[in-house]
Design a protein around this ligand. Structure first.
Ligand code: ATP
Length: 499
């Protein structure tokens, strides 16, 4: 049976200064369809969806929903028209409770004669959270109390409880661990079964093919086409995104190499209350050490603990020369790099230029007799940003204006430029497109060959299997399994230690 058309986009267009972010895009989406939206970093996916959802004004063209032209001025208008979004970055507001975030802009049912009934709001929000299986999140608690993933779960509730006609999910899965992802896929399937529609943005092409009916491709802001998910392969999608064949090299292909470099870092009996429980391990020169696990397993805290960024940490983190790392300045001074999973809050200064973000940890090295030369800083930042293939106007552009994947490239450019000996990379390829992912993996392999030591914390099991020399799987704040790189090692081996 022919499906009913739900959304028609006609000539949708948006410019930011000289950047033509979305260029005359026309497409249609049916009711009861899960539509993937793919394209390289900066190809216009988020901008297109954010116009639909009232976050950006529409530069040109029209959206028609169920036969009626939309006139959306803001996100509340979009919600009222039946359109919700789970954004790529942090989509909840600090300083508010979980319940206040869920009902933001829709508080009327809880306001009586000008007074908000917080108890009723909390009660209903808790019922919602429980019904989604997220009961461990407390409606009355401040949102700041929760980590990035839990805040995403709150956002999922917020975006879906009103049963929108169109649910946009912008690069959300990389913020979630395996179990969170399964919950999200279930929600997507339920939306489709209900005759409603999902627009699903992801750089994980396997995931896109497995969970969508159709896929639309954008390239440099232009609409390239829509394909049926069952008729295409990942390679077909890559070709459509990039416009040409891209090489097949991806993860490391070497196996059986002994790690014989000396120890560069030892972590002894590290404990962080409620997060880590007596963690000990040694990191070697020329080693990629992977950490994996489910949400709340503690792996993200390991990265913070090594960088001296944990609150109330016990135990020791010691470099080969005996230096103890207990705070961030000491970590940076001794050539430790750290890219956090919570990019916008912990890894980047959004209201600063790309240049200032990249040079930050390298200022001492770039100064001549204590003086900084602007031209030299520009050149350094430009070189590092271009090495990471950052899509930008120039290094003076604010990081807040970059697409999600390009922000991540700036984070990596900063630490790779610093030439750190120990790199702690939490979710390094989060939001990064396939082409640049390939380049990052090649770079990690090269750094390893140069004798650098890398800790890679990742929710992506194939990435752990493909890149790490050793893998630690964490559970309940402890190391629950240790594996050595091997072609025989499979996803199920790691998962068995996670659950
Ligand atoms: N507020 C803004 N000001 C200036 N330029 C912007 C702004 N928002 C986005 N852009 C630019 O528009 C282009 C498209 O960005 P967009 O975020 O839509 O890409 P994307 O396809 O979602 O990328 P990613 O996969 O990295 O999330 C990029 O070149 C980006 O730098």
């Amino acid at each position: 049976m022919e499906k009913r058309t739900l959304l028609v986009a006609e000539g949708i267009d948006k410019r930011f200064g000289i950047t033509h972010a979305v260029n005359n895009v026309s497409l249609e989406i049916a009711a009861g369809e899960i539509r993937g939206l793919i394209g390289e970093n900066g190809s216009g996916k988020s901008t297109f969806c954010q116009m639909l959802c009232g976050i950006y004004s529409i530069g040109g063209g029209t959206f028609t929903l169920d036969g009626e032209q939309l006139h959306i001025r803001n996100q509340v208008d979009a919600n009222n028209a039946g359109i919700s979004i789970i954004v790529q970055e942090m989509g909840t507001l600090s300083g508010l409770t979980v319940a206040e975030n869920i009902y933001l802009g829709h508080e009327e049912p809880f306001v009586h004669m000008g007074v908000k009934d917080s108890r009723a709001m909390n009660r209903e929000a808790q019922e919602l959270l429980d019904s989604y299986g997220f009961g461990r999140i407390k409606a009355g608690a401040m949102i700041d109390h929760y980590n990035f993933e839990d805040r995403k779960l709150v956002e999922i509730v917020k975006a879906t409880y009103m049963k929108p006609k169109i649910l946009v999910i912008d690069e959300t899965t990389t913020a979630l661990s395996q179990n969170g992802r399964l919950e999200l896929y279930k929600i997507m399937d339920a939306v489709r079964a209900d005759g409603r529609t999902v627009i699903f943005i992801s750089h994980d092409l396997g995931e896109v093919l497995a969970h969508t009916d159709t896929v639309s491709v954008l390239r440099d802001g232009e609409f390239i086409g829509t394909v049926n998910s069952q008729d295409v392969t990942e390679d077909d999608l890559k070709r459509l995104m990039v416009g040409r064949e891209i090489g097949t090299a991806y993860y490391r292909t070497d196996y059986g190499q002994e790690i014989d470099g000396e120890a560069v870092l030892s972590v002894e009996n590290v404990t962080v209350p409620g997060e880590l429980n007596d963690i000990s391990f040694v990191l070697h020169r020329g080693e990629i050490l992977g950490f994996g696990g489910l949400s709340e397993c503690g792996m993200h805290e390991v990265g913070k603990a090594i960088f001296g960024a944990s609150w109330d940490r016990g135990g020791t983190v010691r470099l080969a020369d005996g230096t103890e790392i207990n705070d961030i300045p000491t970590a940076i001074k001794h050539s430790i790099a750290y890219a956090s999973k919570d990019r916008d809050n912990e890894s980047i200064i959004l209201n600063e230029s790309i240049r200032n973000n990249i040079v930050l940890p390298s200022l001492d090295d770039l100064a001549t007799h204590g003086l900084l030369n602007g031209w030299k800083l520009n050149r350094f930042a430009d070189e590092q940003a271009k090495n990471m293939q950052t899509k930008m106007q120039n290094v003076g552009q604010f990081v807040s204006d970059l697409s999600g994947g390009n922000k991540q490239k700036v984070v990596l450019a900063r630490w790779l430029g610093k030439g750190s000996d120990i790199l702690v990379l939490d979710s390094p390829t989060r939001g990064i497109d396939v082409k640049v992912k390939q380049a990052i993996y090649a770079l990690m392999a090269e750094l390893r060959e140069q004798g650098k030591a890398i800790i890679m914390i990742s929710e992506e099991i194939p990435e752990l299997l493909g890149m790490a020399d050793r893998i630690f799987i964490m559970k309940d704040g402890r190391i629950n399994g240790e594996f050595t790189r091997s072609p025989e090692l499979g996803e199920e081996d790691l998962i068995a230690k996670m659950v």
